[in-house]
Design a protein around this ligand. Structure first.
Ligand SMILES: Cc1cc2nc3c(=O)[nH]c(=O)nc-3n(C[C@H](O)[C@H](O)[C@H](O)COP(=O)(O)OP(=O)(O)OC[C@H]3O[C@@H](n4cnc5c(N)ncnc54)[C@H](O)[C@@H]3O)c2cc1C
Length: 343
């Protein structure tokens, strides 16, 4: 990276919207990726792939840094997705993501299954470094690294994800019609999830490890007033039981240590989520929710040429369709940004 600043200014002057520019050095040492790309997209969830489809169709030859083991994003961890428009009978999460990947590749997106380890986002040419040390340079960068639901940290939690363990009532509540489910958590979102689930489930047990909720008064009252919600105070989930799907929870009283069992068909973990901002937190403005701050409905961040999309900017909706919509917004913003640079 040390001798690149001179190359940067040349690249800006020579920039041509469209396919990445390459120098003769590329042929000699492809691993250095001496091209100055129009746009590099970090992340391959619905936001990243949608941004890739749009920027590829706009002829910007995007490079997508998809992640090495997490490519495809959160939907790779789920089974059926029933609320993504266009699929009458639903679609499996991994299949949906593979479709998006192929759609982006069809228009020329260059998808690389690599993890980004650092970024330099200041200045006209940004740099993105991947794990093997290769440095990519780009005129615009889209950050679409998603967010991660906090886990309980139990051994069977991942195994039963999509088979009764869920982090999203909006996504999965429908599967629990006339069943009994549990929600773990004590904040506004836990109560919101519990209340939403009462539309489907016969009974919702809200499990909280303390003796009072952190939630706002109005949300607390909503839980207390709902005849379908039962609250278990001072209780933690010690284990999730079930072979192929969740059948019960092993519980422990946090005061007395007494063990008990709660038969349920599903457990919704609502203990918060963490936007994946570690790459950019020292360079971009963040919000109080720790998401990347964007200007209004746009994807424009606090640095010119840097755009953000998907769950990493969204403390509220966090759905595949909203992430995809946000990826589209970022692509259009990139288009306008590059057009202005070239005019
Ligand atoms: C179990 C589960 C089930 C769900 N079910 C539904 C559902 O049925 N319907 C629905 O609408 N929503 C559902 N959601 C929510 C939905 O998955 C998310 O809202 C959506 O995936 C967010 O998209 P995104 O592109 O912002 O981020 P993500 O899908 O989280 O993708 C983030 C991407 O960033 C990449 N990345 C992160 N850091 C790096 C790095 N350093 N280098 C390179 N790449 C990096 C990852 O590899 C990944 O590709 C579900 C979520 C979960 C967890």
């Amino acid at each position: 990276m040390s001798n690149q600043s001179g190359i940067f200014s040349n690249a800006v002057n020579l920039s041509v919207t469209g396919a990445a520019q390459t120098s003769p050095a590329d042929a000699a040492d492809a691993s250095q990726d001496d091209a100055v790309h129009d746009v590099v997209i970090v992340g391959s969830g619905p936001a990243g792939y949608t941004a890739a489809i749009y920027t590829a169709r706009a002829n910007f030859a995007p490079v997508v840094l998809a992640g090495s083991v997490t490519a495809g994003g959160e939907l790779m961890n789920t089974t059926e997705v029933e609320n993504y428009p266009g699929f009458v009978d639903g679609i499996m999460g991994p299949e949906l993501m593979e479709n998006m990947q192929q759609q982006a590749e069809r228009f020329g997106a260059d998808i690389r299954y690599e993890d980004v380890v650092s970024v330099e986002l200041d200045g006209e040419i940004k740099t993105v470094t991947v794990e093997d040390g290769t440095v990519l340079r780009a005129r615009a960068v889209i950050i679409s690294t998603g967010s991660e639901y906090r886990k309980l940290g139990l051994p069977d939690e991942e195994r039963l994800s999509g088979h009764g363990v869920s982090w999203c009532a909006t996504c999965d509540g429908f599967f629990f019609k006339d069943r009994e489910v549990a929600v773990v958590g004590g904040g506004d979102s836990a109560i919101e999830e519990a209340t939403f689930l009462t539309k489907f489930a016969d009974k919702v047990t809200l499990i909280h490890r303390r003796d009072q909720f952190r939630a706002s008064d109005i949300m607390k009252q909503r839980a207390f007033d709902d005849p379908k919600i039962e609250i278990l105070w001072n209780t933690r989930v010690a284990a999730i039981q079930g072979e192929d799907k969740v059948t019960a929870l092993s519980l422990e009283d946090t005061v007395t240590g007494e063990a008990s069992e709660l038969p349920v068909a599903g457990v919704f973990v609502a203990i918060g989520s963490d936007p994946r901002v570690s790459l950019v937190k020292d360079q971009l403005e963040l919000t109080v929710d720790n998401t990347i701050a964007v200007d209004g409905r746009s994807s424009t961040t606090s640095l010119p040429g840097v755009f953000a999309a998907g769950d990493v900017v969204d403390p509220t909706y966090r759905q595949a369709i909203t992430a995809a919509g946000s990826g589209c917004v970022a692509a259009v913003d990139v288009e306008h940004y590059l057009a202005a640079l070239d005019s």
